[in-house]
Ligand binder design. Structure first.
Ligand code: SF4
Ligand code: SF4
Length: 56
């Protein structure tokens, strides 16, 4: 399992610096989480202003 960023992402960039695993990167339209790296800590979901990040 991993957290997933949906289309509510406004590409603010807040989450990328908060991920302790370095699993978040900037995609073409929205930010994306690499499911192979995400450790399901939930930190990114807590800081996202758009509530765009949820457990898959
Ligand atoms: S849940 Fe944790 S490890 Fe996974 S992307 Fe969010 S901050 Fe990174
Ligand atoms: S914090 Fe939320 S809105 Fe901002 S880049 Fe990350 S997923 Fe997108």
């Amino acid at each position: 399992m991993a957290y997933v960023i949906n289309n509510d992402c406004i590409s603010c960039g807040t989450c990328i610096g908060e991920c302790p695993a370095g699993a978040i990167s900037e995609g073409d339209d929205i930010y994306v989480i690499d499911p192979d790296i995400c450790t399901d800590c939930g930190t990114c979901a807590d800081v996202c202003p758009s509530e765009a990040i949820h457990p898959a």
